[in-house]
Ligand binder design. Structure first.
Ligand code: PMT
Length: 222
């Protein structure tokens, strides 16, 4: 199953959840397991690419020993690592489920249980894919994901444009066998020219191969 399709290419992949601290013992996060990102990282490594994986806390590690792993916790840390790597990369795949908001203040001591309600003020996090999209150069390919629960195709196409992706991979929470945690996924790939490729429900390893095939179809920009 090894091939030479991406020899000489440097690939950045973000994967897994971010954790946004509330206090020293608590955080806000999501259900991402890192399985999708790990499968993509291995698929690229098996195709000869130099793979750099920025990995959220607790996310699944890939199998290939050649992959460089950069462990992070928060969205800010994921952004810092990713932006340091970005300039040298040929392909970036944003598979991480990044928290859109983080606690405004991180309590330095464990928050005490007092009163019937409590409120945590949140502030918007940096959008990693959007920020790096603004400094993307013509030879660089940016591949995004869209995890949606309604109006899936509309939102995916909106993100494709807004974040300057060359291709976006839609996975829907309404689709059985797709999304977080599972060993399988079902995806639709959307390209800038409006064309699309749809997969069946397949193991994430197979989905990763379909994604790499999709990336090979992206027209070269001059
Ligand atoms: O990890 P698994 O359990 O295997 O599950 C895989 C997955 C469902 C997490 C994965 O396939 C997936 O869809 N990842 C993206 C999840 C997501 O946060 O999607 P979004 O629609 O909110 O974000 C759109 C794109 O912008 C994504 O490429 C995301 O990585 C990126 N983004 C979003 C917010 C942010 N602050 N920074 C970002 O870079």
């Amino acid at each position: 199953h090894h091939n030479q399709d991406f020899v000489g290419k440097r690939v950045l992949i973000t994967s897994g959840p971010t954790q946004e601290a509330i206090d020293p013992v608590r955080f806000i996060s999501n259900h991402s397991s890192g399985k999708m990102g790990a499968a993509i990282a291995d698929a690229f490594a098996n195709s000869g690419a130099e793979v750099h994986l920025v990995l959220g806390a607790g996310a699944k590690k890939p199998k290939s020993p050649s992959i460089k792993i950069y462990p992070v916790k928060s969205a800010n840390e994921m952004y810092e690592e990713s932006s340091q790597l970005h300039e040298k990369m040929d392909i970036c795949v944003f598979a991480a489920a990044v928290a859109d908001y983080a606690p405004k203040n991180v309590a330095s001591e464990k928050i005490k249980k007092e009163g019937a309600d409590m409120t945590i003020a949140l502030v918007k996090n940096v959008d990693i894919a959007y920020s790096l999209g603004k400094i993307k150069r013509p030879h660089q390919l940016h591949i995004g994901f869209a995890l949606e629960t309604e109006n899936e195709v509309f939102h995916a196409k909106q993100k494709l444009e807004k974040k300057k992706f060359d291709m976006i991979i839609l996975n829907s929470m309404r689709q059985k066998g797709a999304g977080f945690q599972l060993d399988t996924n079902k995806v639709s790939l959307f390209f800038e020219d409006g064309s699309a490729i749809e997969s069946d429900v397949l193991p994430k390893e197979q989905i990763a191969k379909i994604i790499l095939e999709g990336i090979k179809k992206i027209p070269v920009k001059i």
